[in-house]
Design a binder for this molecule. Structure first.
Ligand SMILES: *[C@@H]1O[C@H](CO)[C@@H](O)[C@H](O)[C@H]1NC(C)=O
Ligand SMILES: *[C@@H]1O[C@H](CO)[C@@H](O)[C@H](O)[C@H]1NC(C)=O
Ligand SMILES: *[C@@H]1O[C@H](CO)[C@@H](O)[C@H](O)[C@H]1NC(C)=O
Ligand SMILES: *[C@@H]1O[C@H](CO)[C@@H](O)[C@H](O)[C@H]1NC(C)=O
Ligand SMILES: *[C@@H]1O[C@H](CO)[C@@H](O)[C@H](O)[C@H]1NC(C)=O
Ligand SMILES: *[C@@H]1O[C@H](CO)[C@@H](O)[C@H](O)[C@H]1NC(C)=O
Ligand SMILES: *[C@@H]1O[C@H](CO)[C@@H](O)[C@H](O)[C@H]1NC(C)=O
Length: 671
């Protein structure tokens, strides 16, 4: 491997020169080495992105371009299978499965649908025997005695796993309350506190409960109805959702996403969206679906901010691939886009996008906020618990396989009695969800042996970013979007750093020096109203009143909700029946309970975290000849790259002033 060799050279160079100050000669030598690495990166990146793109768009040569890894094969099979059970007499695609799952109410059918997905998962034994142990090799190769240490280092956060445990302890009560409330509403008092089968949540892996929202809405939920109806009315799915999200960027005083990104993107595939990056400025593309749902709308905001992040980092890293594209797991890279997705449902953002007039917040603001919190909570809390349990479970398994004897033991005893030390067992204890053992393999990070630590921490950090801005507002009613636009330098500065520094070093500046690390309080404060609401709902001694509810007196012209035009469904193999919308007369407030019967459902939400979204970081894989070698090689390179990055930091320091100057210029031009 040319790249490995080059990296080794740099590594030895680092060792040799560690004792002395580097001269200009050394720097020149280093620069030429770095150029070599860069060329390698460019080359690999191009190949990888092209192959990933073909694969995602279903081109037959997609998979044949890669020599194919375990993870790629697994994800491809899930994505392109056409014989899922959608509860009808004909077989269906993954996208149709997601859509049908959102609408289906019959338990037995839901279970059958989920089982048809389970059948497509890769073999658990193969995974345990061939893929998982590679992590151990990689840790050893990089001189870490445990995978935990190794992953901590990739996550760049000292004691990351410990911190995650600590945070989890504080977030867990909210998750448990939400779980109880969901059980109560779906199955009645007897089900409270007991594990729920994931298919009842109309989800494949249980990482997103948005599909059951209509059974959970509080009495006064007109904001949900209106936002939902207006999304349909304005057809804010597919490209339109991304355009709307791009408008939010402009409202935050950031440049809109360049149009060429959309020209080549595809919006007739499945959701959630996947971003493919050719590691060249101006070459990013999205594969997404065109379905109009609140979840897809929120996801579009996440992706648009990711694109902006990459554009800004590229602008400031002078196209240094190693700085931008290193195999690192930055929580900040997850958190800033996540922050944008929280802003998608901000009252002022909803007003700007014409989804819900701000005047309505003059009445019952807390009722509206509660509903908005519920929408986000159903996406974020289950995902968090899933990631959290993945990590713990994979760790546990790994520890069980800590030596050959144990590996053998794992092979012979544990697996024959039912899988990854019982992923389902684990999920039941940890998350109160009933899944199958193989479900763990539905997640691309698992089959690709990638650590999820960045995602977990990003989920926590995004609420801290939100809090840092929200606390600066004079009142809760002030315009947060406007406030951020006037104070976006800390976002822009962080984004311009790319992967140039370790992310924890940037946290303090990003949060305007409120905190310098991860804290759970951002999240728990965000969900204050929801927490209170859940407490009241779950406590039978509290008499639930809505005496503080005020009838809104709104004179602005109302959207005629029950005359939503039926949009063309020509591309939709399984059209959303428009009766769904028409039958659901959007009330203006006093009769807010939504019937959750099959025919009246307005929920087309399908934000089941698509297990085939393998490429959202797009750059974790390189085409190498051997399947298992792929993950192994790449993880090894990860740490070597970290060393390169350190060295480059020496060089970039020189550029810092230049960067800051650029920054200032950019801000001035956009001011
Ligand atoms: C659906 O797929 C199954 C295999 O999973 C196959 O046996 C069956 O014939 C298919 N049915 C139709 C209607 O295509
Ligand atoms: C991983 O390490 C084990 C022994 O520790 C070895 O037998 C195996 O071949 C290694 N795998 C790879 C892909 O290097
Ligand atoms: C999706 O759209 C692309 C063009 O944007 C088109 O080439 C392709 O055939 C479409 N695929 C499907 C399944 O409609
Ligand atoms: C970017 O790289 C080019 C050539 O590699 C160099 O001439 C230029 O000075 C660099 N710019 C910065 C800001 O480092
Ligand atoms: C609400 O949106 C309208 C139009 O989209 C805009 O004119 C108005 O200024 C917005 N109001 C606030 C308070 O942001
Ligand atoms: C789950 O809980 C049961 C009963 O408390 C226990 O026997 C089992 O070992 C636990 N499993 C895991 C993976 O924690
Ligand atoms: C963060 O701040 C605390 C005290 O405020 C300090 O003890 C800790 O060392 C700081 N951590 C970092 C990484 O700077």
């Amino acid at each position: 491997m040319k790249a490995t060799f080059t990296l080794l050279c740099i590594y030895f160079y680092a060792l040799l020169s560690s004792g002395r100050t580097s001269s200009d000669d050394d720097r020149r030598w280093l620069s030429s080495l770095i150029e070599l690495v860069e060329l390698d990166y460019e080359d690999h990146c191009e190949q990888r992105a092209t192959a990933t793109w073909s694969e995602l768009t279903g081109s037959s040569k997609g998979l044949s371009l890669k020599l194919v890894s375990f993870g790629d094969t697994a994800m491809n099979k899930l994505r392109f299978a056409t014989d899922y059970d959608c509860g009808t007499s004909t077989n269906c695609t993954l996208r149709e499965l997601h859509n049908s799952l959102a609408k289906q109410h019959d338990e037995a059918t839901l279970r059958r649908m989920k089982e048809s997905w389970e059948k497509k998962l890769p073999n658990l034994n193969d995974y345990l025997v061939q893929i998982l142990p590679l992590l151990r090799n990689a840790s050893k190769e990089n001189s870490y005695s445990t995978v935990e240490e190794y992953w901590n280092s990739l996550g760049e956060y000292e004691g990351a796993i410990l911190k995650a445990r600590e945070i989890w302890d504080r977030v867990k009560p909210l998750y448990e309350k939400l779980h109880k409330y969901v059980a109560l509403r779906l199955k009645g008092t007897d089900a409270v506190g007991k594990p729920l089968p994931v298919y009842l949540l109309r989800s494949l892996t249980g990482d997103d409960w948005s599909n059951v929202i209509e059974s959970l809405l509080p009495k006064h939920a007109d904001i949900y109805q209106k936002v939902y109806a207006n999304l349909q009315l304005k057809d804010l799915g597919g490209l339109n959702a991304f355009h709307e999200a791009s408008k939010l960027l402009e409202d935050l005083n950031m440049p809109a996403v360049e149009p060429y990104t959309w020209d080549k993107s595809i919006f007739n595939s499945s959701c959630p969206p996947v971003l493919v990056d050719w590691c060249k400025p101006n070459k990013l593309r999205v594969v997404s679906c065109k379905d109009v749902t609140i979840s897809n709308y929120i996801d579009a905001h996440d992706v648009v901010m990711k694109i902006k992040y990459k554009e800004i980092a590229a602008l400031h890293s002078n196209n240094t691939y190693t700085l931008r594209e290193a195999n690192r797991y930055s929580a900040i890279y997850e958190a800033i886009p996540g922050f944008a997705s929280l802003l998608a449902l901000n009252p002022h953002a909803l007003n700007r996008s014409g989804l819900y007039p701000i005047e309505r917040f003059n009445y019952n603001p807390n009722y509206h906020r509660l509903v908005l919190q519920l929408i986000t909570a159903l996406r974020d809390l289950p995902r968090q618990v899933l990631i959290r349990s993945f990590k713990t479970c994979v760790m546990l398994n790994f520890f069980m396989a800590a030596d050959e004897w144990r590996l053998q033991y794992l092979k012979e005893t544990v697996m024959s009695s039912g899988g990854v030390s019982g992923w389902s067992d684990f999920r039941r204890n940890f998350s109160l969800l009933e899944t199958s053992d193989a479900d763990i393999l539905g997640h691309s990070y698992i089959v690709h042996n990638k650590p999820l630590i960045g995602k977990f921490m990003g989920l926590i950090l995004k609420y801290q970013i939100y809090q840092s801005f929200a606390e600066e507002l004079i009142s809760d009613e002030s315009d947060l979007i406007k406030h951020i636009s006037e104070n976006n330098d800390r976002l822009l500065f962080t984004m311009s750093q790319g992967y140039g520094s370790n992310w924890p070093e940037m946290v303090s500046d990003l949060l305007a020096k409120r905190e310098n690390g991860l804290e759970y309080t951002g999240l728990t404060d965000y969900y204050r109203l929801l927490d209170e609401y859940l407490d009241n709902q779950l406590d039978p001694s509290v008499e639930i009143t809505d005496s503080d509810y005020v009838e809104p007196i709104i004179t602005e012209p109302e959207v005629v909700d029950n005359e939503i035009p039926v949009k063309s469904e020509t591309l939709d193999e399984k059209p959303k029946t428009h009766e769904d919308i028409n039958e659901n007369v959007i009330d203006t407030g006093d009769e807010g309970i939504v019937k959750a019967g099959g025919e009246t459902s307005t929920v087309g939400v399908l934000e089941i975290k698509n297990p085939v979204a393998s490429g959202d970081q797009g750059k974790g894989e390189i085409n190498v000849k051997e399947a298992s070698y792929n993950a192994y090689w790449w993880i090894g390179v990860g740490v070597a790259v970290a060393i390169v990055v350190l060295l480059i930091a020496i060089i970039t320091r020189k550029r810092q002033n230049h960067k800051k100057q650029l920054d200032r210029q950019r801000r001035e031009t956009h001011a």
